[in-house]
Design a protein around this ligand. Structure first.
Ligand code: 6PG
Length: 472
């Protein structure tokens, strides 16, 4: 028993991560209940990797304390695998769940396994298949003692930014999976923003794919530099062998989702913490999949709005870039604010600067702007909201005229930009000392005696909103 790391689930992610670990000189083992997958792993003939189709043989091959990571679909399967592991692992061994598990499941599993004397680490892993192979960003949480055992391996297999690994202990209990969930919420928001910018360029500016490709390429060379823009640039240049048109043009407009974006919005609402750019991104994926209804509605309400903008294309794309910056900052700001609140609520002991730091490489939302977020929290660990950071505020303020222009033009031309709009309306209320919600308080009290508070006097008050007092 010489293997220092075991992996359960030999899909592409699991197999790639094992190869990454093996590259760093560690002996490791893989297990899957599909014999084909085990055979494929062994067919790699990697001298540092052993594939097993019997669970007991797999765990017997591991050095104590045994480290077993699961990369299996989230949900019941995780519980089933844990149950099987209980029969073959000993007290003090470590189980890592590297999938996208719901944080409440992780919280439960952490406690159940703690009672049984096993260490449990719920770890978000980001970066997709390529990330797993070359260096992901990892968000472990739960058992810190166990993390210290894993740390040398994880730090070696993670992506590196300025010579530092993109992995760090996030916090207690379900902290790792909570952080990963919010990462995915931000991922949804930015993807939605990119698709809205595509819509403006395609329908409003009537730009062809080559031109759109050039714009994304340029954006990715400036302050918007990010992995998601990088892959978007590639997508705008991808043609299948022998084909004239982009593959993109043949892809259906119905976006699927595994649920992590929805979980982010649900959890944000439970925390009473507004994340509208994320919420609208989730809703728009859902609307996109209602294709039949959309087709019917397009017949009932044929769109005769003039879509074409009368403007200078190059200058407009520069404004769009600024507006994109505004909305992207808003998406990150809302996600980070959510982490701030969750930290208070769940006592995770998160360090927001550390989170920004490990998101700078390896993960799907890695971007140039994360440097600014990292700097902001590093300077002030108590910072509640990144829009209140002086440096962020300076560049963010400059993009306000552009977002107003982009959103208003889109509205007038009947081009849907819900995430850009949500970013702007969120901001207009966020920076407003007085919202119109005094009226909502009055209404609640009127119909339901729910009481209200007064500006000039402490306490809660109720009024009988009788007709005599209602003056015309
Ligand atoms: C990552 C991703 C990944 C996620 C996919 C698909 O960080 O590597 O977030 O974990 O599973 O992006 O997510 P959806 O199917 O919900 O779009």
């Amino acid at each position: 028993n010489q293997n220092v790391f075991g992996m359960i689930g030999l899909g592409t992610m699991g197999s790639n991560l094992l190869q990454n670990i093996a590259d760093k000189g560690y002996h490791c083992a893989g297990y899957d209940n599909s014999v084909d997958k085990v055979n494929s792993l062994n067919a790699l003939h990697n001298e540092n990797i052993q594939g097993f189709s019997q669970l007991k043989d797999f765990t017997d091959s591991l050095k104590s304390p045994k480290v077993v990571m699961m990369l299996v679909p989230a949900g019941e399967i995780v519980d089933n695998v844990i149950n099987e592991l209980l029969g073959v692992l000993d007290k003090g061994d470590i189980i890592i769940d590297g999938g996208n598990s719901h944080y409440t499941d992780t919280e439960r599993r952490y406690k159940e396994l703690e009672d049984k004397g096993l260490h449990f680490v719920g770890m978000g892993v980001s970066g997709g298949e390529e990330g797993a192979r070359r260096g992901p960003s990892m968000m472990p949480g739960g058992d810190q003692e166990a993390y210290e055992v894993l740390k040398p391996v994880l730090e070696k297999i993670a992506a590196q930014v300025n010579g530092e690994p993109t992995v760090a202990f996030m916090g207690k209990g379900s902290a790792g999976h909570f952080v990963k969930m919010v990462h995915n919420g931000i991922e949804y928001a930015i993807m939605q923003l990119i698709s809205e910018s595509y819509e403006i360029m395609k329908k409003g500016l009537k730009m062809d794919n080559d031109k759109i490709h050039e714009v994304y390429k340029k954006w990715n060379e400036g302050k918007l530099k990010s992995y998601l823009l990088e892959i978007t640039t590639d997508i705008f240049a991808y043609k299948n062998e022998g084909e004239e048109n982009l593959l993109l043009d043949s892809i259906r407009d119905e976006a699927k989702a595994k649920g992590t974006g929805k979980w982010t919005s649900q959890a944000a609402m439970d925390l009473h913490l507004p994340t509208p750019v994320i919420d609208i991104a989730v809703s728009m994926r859902d609307l996109s999949s209602l294709k039949d209804l959309r087709v019917q509605a397009s017949r009932v309400y044929p769109d005769s709005t003039e879509k074409q903008y009368n403007t200078n294309e190059a200058e407009y794309c520069d404004q769009l870039e600024e507006a994109f910056y505004f909305a992207m900052v808003s998406a990150y700001a809302q996600g980070m604010h959510m982490l701030y609140q969750a930290n208070k609520e769940f006592k995770y002991e998160l360090n927001l600067d550390l989170i920004a730091k490990i998101w700078r490489g390896g993960c799907i939302i890695r971007s140039e702007f994360l440097e600014d977020i990292y700097a902001a929290f590093n300077k002030n660990p108590e910072l509640q909201h990144i829009l209140l950071d002086k440096n962020v505020a300076e560049s963010f303020s400059k993009s306000i005229p552009s977002i107003r222009k982009i959103v208003s033009d889109a509205v007038l031309h009947g081009i849907s930009t819900p995430a850009f709009s949500a970013a702007l309306t969120y901001f207009d209320d966020f920076r407003s000392e007085n919202m119109p919600t005094n009226l909502i308080q009055a209404q609640r009290d009127y119909f339901g005696s729910h009481t209200y508070e007064l500006k000039a006097k402490e306490g809660v008050f109720h009024t009988k909103w009788v007709m005599e007092n209602i003056k015309n």
